[in-house]
Write a protein that binds this ligand. Sequence first.
Ligand code: ADP
Length: 519
Amino acid sequence: MILKEGSQRTTGEDARRSNIQAAKVISEILATSLGPRGMDKMLIDAFGDVTITGDGAAILKEMEIQHPAAKLLIEVAKAQDAEVGDGTTTVVVLAGRLLTAAEELLEEGIHPTIIIDGFKKASDFAAKVAEEIARPIQLTKEEMARVVINALSSKIVSEAKDYLAGIAVDAAFQAVEQRNGTPYLDLDWIKIEKKKGKSLYETQLVQGIVLDKEVVHPGMPKRIENAKIAVLDAPLEIEKPEWTTKISVSSPDQIKAFLDQEADILKKYVDHLAEIGANVVITQKGIDEVAQHFLAKRGIMAVRRVKRSDIEKLARATGARIITSIKDAKAEDLGSAGLVEERKVGEEKMVFVEKVQNPKAVTILVRGGSDRVLDEVERSMQDALHVARDLFRMPKIVPGGGAFEMELARRVREFARKLPGKEQLAALKFADALEGIPTILALTAGLDPVDAIAELRRRHDNGEVSAGVDVLNGKVADMAALNVWDPLLVKQNVLRSATEAAIMVLRIDDIIAAGAPKK
Ligand code: ADP
């Protein structure tokens, strides 16, 4: 007995087959969600909460996965999402196709090492071709919007895609900065806040930071110009002891004295904040009624229980230093904003901090009829912003709709001829796997995939580099003319990650699983 009791071991072919199957299942689930006509998934979690989405990253996040190889694929998709923020579905689908191809090769008796080498060579070559196919774009709002729109078109929000893309691009251009002479977009500058409303078209870009909070006391001002803001990570209340405490009093005067003392401490805090010049107080913690009263009397506007992430954004945007000890607060800790105002948004009130010191800080205030729409708009906005960031990082694009993959497949096939025997077979299969992307897009468009791929091959052989699947009109067409583009950075990452994931799965020839721990 070498392994602990209850452990399970699977080796060689069986191990590989089990892993490939698991990865294929994940890939097939996602495949039908690819592209603008992709289907949505309804995901129900253990608490019965329902999410409906067609966003690959979101689907994977909600699914409860057991199998280790399937989990590995999900890790790859998450990495893709974190690095470039788009192309998650594509990466999983491509990895699945590569593994299907590998399975066929294994069945023909080709050793995994040869398959891995063939895939690697094909992928390196494809990366070079990608550079050749890519076109540079001008970093203007118009050019960028044309690409960003595509990141929105596969989502529930597609009817409002021009409008939303415009907002995403405006936000990106406002937040972008120059670092070492190149543009750099830090997405932390762009806050997304959601509020129910009548329509998506009420979504707007706000210059500054919007807090989903109300001013804490009715007696406080609702609008303050030239605000000096104390951003606190400290409560304006007397903290209750952690355990039950008894205070012995022997007369009503003593109770009064005790309460007065509490009030006195709070008054001192408020007085100190007023003395250093604060006319707005925003805290992550609570503000009790007595403190609210003193603040109101001093004409200070206050907001409480603000999320940590918002507190940090606020500090960064207004130039404030986060105050953790009120009595030590100094005038230079205060942030500034041209205007802080509570406004009604739909049925609720929100606090707008505008004309902030750093004009890079903006908020996209997302509106929509239901929580599901709001969530989906938020996800697509994130995608759109990531595409903008990718384009600032590398202002190059490739034709979408599977045109890019078709062209790579064609070139990889040519290249494969130069490879020795069995590696050649692997490289050819790699090309087949690439064609998986246009095949699925054709399926979602209601086309016959065999006909579509045949036509695409013919057109690419004739030098039509951007012939792809026009998913919305159900035919093969020129993607450049239709303006369907994807950022090169996303596609490069897809290629690399999908190949790495497939290779990682192929390398495994032994699965040793420990038994469940004894109760
Ligand atoms: P991912 O999560 O991988 O980004 P999407 O569901 O966003 O997946 O689909 C992206 C794919 O859809 C890309 O291959 C892109 O080129 C393609 N696509 C997007 N819009 C269109 C369109 N209007 N016509 C054809 N293909 C499109």
